[in-house]
Design a protein around this ligand. Sequence first.
Ligand code: ZN
Length: 337
Amino acid sequence: MCRTLGWLDEERSRTSPQADMATLRRVHDGAYLQALNAASDQGSVSAEWRERYNFGTMENPIFPHVFERAATTVGGSILSAQLALEGNVVFHPAGGTHHGRPDRASGFCYFNDPVFALLTFLDAGLERVLYVDVDAHHGDGVFDYFADEERVACVSLHESDRWPYTGLLVEQSARTLNVPVPQGTNDSEYELAWRKLVMPFIERLDPQAIVITCGADALAGDPLSKMALSNNALWHAVLELCALPAASVVLGGGGYNPWTTVRCWAGLWGNLSGGDWAAPLPDAALAILSGFESDLVDEDELEPHWLDRLDDPLQDASAREEIATLVEHLRGVHRLA
Ligand SMILES: [Zn+2]
């Protein structure tokens, strides 16, 4: 989509390199890496590996070149952080595999590329590195990896009572902010939490570098979650973070509705890179949108604006009382009041 819109030129894009085994071993267990590599080559998985490593399942299927795909995602996140350190804002939409564990796959994630981006910042000598996750699901793999690392702070806004059932309201610390929001969270509610809670928390941390997982599954119309944001809400959040005086890497993440996901990430890149928003979408872009098919989204659920524009109408119904209460509670916990 970005290429079709003329928003991707050679000067401003890079091809992700594939991370090698030695690089992957820094975070991931050697036996797990060997097993995933072999399964990827063979296209099959033993019962023992399925049990031990959680791949070859519905949740983490083995498909051709899955190892290379996952390793390239990691390579892209490392390169993104390196380019960010040179003063760029970098968007790596294939990244954001935030559930990956050192020794097993989880939630469509085989490795954990956000961890590698954050480690790249630490390797550069930075002492105040921030992870922000606006995917509908809690970024458990990243939070747990850095649980004992004082130089990394983690923030997540995610849907409450949703898999992986971590990031609870009680899980807070000086460098941990979890904001579990209810089903149906709209733009007004998100903006309230962002302005009164998330940004004050982040500004106090004064981060030198930020890694953002911008999953698109918190958008209205995503079949795997029940939040109700427009893509404007996520763009606003990411752009505000990227405007801070810090090296910024923006990753993708989840997103199970091809119409909302592609429009969100294409529009995010357009916003970050100064794309031309004035013109109506060209026919080639319309053809991309009308060409999608999804087993998870019924045809009668398609919104007209999914087919002819990138930006969603605002979801700006008034904020519910429970959101204001949540924000005030967390402002108190973090002494932001
Ligand atoms: Zn997700």
